[in-house]
Design a protein around this ligand. Structure first.
Ligand SMILES: Cc1cc2nc3c(=O)[nH]c(=O)nc-3n(C[C@H](O)[C@H](O)[C@H](O)COP(=O)(O)OP(=O)(O)OC[C@H]3O[C@@H](n4cnc5c(N)ncnc54)[C@H](O)[C@@H]3O)c2cc1C
Length: 400
């Protein structure tokens, strides 16, 4: 099957769908290949900063997203051991005025569903399910793609690897670099908000900072559920790479009980209300240090395939969305070769995503601080408050 005027995107997660939507809206034919036979409700809550929301607004998804999600009025940072408030950042209307879009919290499945529907509604994107990419063969005029359990070869003009943290495209077309267990685990659960004390009924983001752990919660599904994430440092480093390393329910509850021992009652009670916890071992790569790590020849990477990051700035999906907008913009320069267009995309993106990867790691250290660093953090938050918690470099960024 030859489509030498067509770009292929491998992976239909948030990044792949965003790329398909942006390229389709810019008038380009593309093929989107996904290994799964069908889409399940995977993941949990996602926070989308105004930097990502502005892009989604431009793509016409803003009002449906706002209906599916919530616009938290403020972010409240507290100390996990005694519940004392460390800082408060007004969000809501204040973010809309400052950044031109809200900070939105929603369920990943809702974001995925809205992107998928938008991609299906546009004629230029063709979606192939049950196509697991296994090999590529770069020719002078295009690339041959091979898929598992299929004898057919698809020829395309160029390839975008949006196939997540364990990217096959990355391992086939780029120099190998190690995927590392970060030593951090994320435990995620959803609770109906109506079952919770009144303190959790308003729409705010809560962050509780403890020693070697922190907890984040925010409303999703139009405010019906509270998404909770407990992030814990652990010496348990699985050798198997992947986000979704499941632990037994009993083990998860034992982990949470042990980790939260030194935390205040309010936080412990909140966490122990939920039953449906799932555990993710968080893996990480070193931050990007050249554009060539994002694009080489006719192949480019996008989203977690290019720059997986710890979730401590809540920007993994946001960066994938920014990547997609930038890719579509650079792809429009048809006076250039495929290689030049992909290289320009990588040049425009790598420093931005590298900075976010680094700052996400740093945020983890600050949230989990102990001793002198913790005292300095609390003192700085007391003095600097909202100014320290806001991030104009992140939320005010306009992708190109
Ligand atoms: C605990 C936690 C909290 C988070 N919170 C936030 C947050 O608040 N805000 C935020 O912006 N981000 C957050 N993230 C990060 C965010 O979820 C990811 O960065 C984002 O979903 C990555 O999207 P992606 O499309 O790049 O990759 P993925 O979602 O992994 O999608 C990759 C797709 O490629 C497919 N695929 C893989 N291999 C192949 C192959 N060989 N052939 C074909 N298809 C293939 C997969 O099936 C999948 O559908 C969080 C992550 C975690 C773990």
């Amino acid at each position: 099957m030859s489509e030498l005027n067509t770009l292929a995107v491998v992976g239909a997660g948030i990044g792949g769908l965003a790329a398909a939507l942006a390229l389709g809206q810019a008038g380009f034919k593309l093929r989107l290949y996904e290994q799964a036979e069908t889409f399940f409700e995977t993941g949990a809550g996602i926070g989308l900063g105004p930097n990502a929301m502005r892009v989604l607004d431009q793509w016409g998804l803003g009002s449906e997203l706002r209906q599916a999600g919530c616009t938290p009025a403020f972010l409240l940072s507290r100390r996990a051991e005694d519940g004392r408030i460390a800082g408060r950042l007004p969000m809501g209307q204040s973010f809309i005025e400052k950044y031109g879009a809200p900070y939105l919290t929603l369920h990943r499945a809702d974001l995925h569903r809205l992107l998928l529907t938008a991609v299906k509604n546009q004629a230029l994107a063709e979606l192939f399910l049950n196509r697991k990419l296994t090999g590529i063969d770069v020719q002078s005029k295009g690339i041959d793609l091979q898929f598992q359990e299929s004898s057919e070869t698809h020829q395309v003009l160029g390839l975008i690897g949006a196939d997540g943290i364990n990217s096959r495209v990355r391992s086939l077309a780029f120099e190998a670099d190690a995927l590392m267990p970060s030593g951090h685990w994320a435990y995620r659960a959803l609770l109906p908000i109506q079952d919770l004390p009144a303190a959790f009924h308003d729409t705010h983001i809560g962050i509780w900072m403890g020693k070697r752990l922190h907890v984040v919660h925010y409303p999703v599904r139009g405010g019906d559920y509270l998404n909770m994430v407990v992030l814990i440092e652990s010496a348990d480093l699985p050798s198997q790479a992947g986000w979704d390393v499941l632990r037994s329910t009993g083990q998860i509850h034992a982990d949470l009980k042990q980790a939260l021992k030194g935390c205040c009652n309010e936080l412990q009670e909140l966490i122990h209300r939920a039953e449906n916890w799932r555990a993710w071992c968080l893996f990480d790569r070193a931050p990007l240090h050249t554009a060539e790590q994002m694009a080489q020849g006719r192949v480019a990477l996008l989203g977690d395939a290019a720059h997986p990051m710890l979730p401590y700035l809540a920007q993994g999906a946001g960066m994938a969305i920014e990547d997609a907008a930038s890719l579509a913009q650079h792809w429009q320069d048809t006076s250039l070769t495929v290689e030049q267009r992909l290289s320009n995309y990588a040049q425009a993106r790598w420093q931005r995503v590298s900075q976010v990867q680094q700052r996400a790691r740093r945020n983890g250290r600050i949230y989990h601080a102990d001793g002198v660093l913790r005292m300095a953090r609390d003192a700085a938050l007391k003095l600097g408050g909202a100014k320290l918690m806001d991030m104009p470099w992140l939320y005010g960024f306009h992708s190109r």
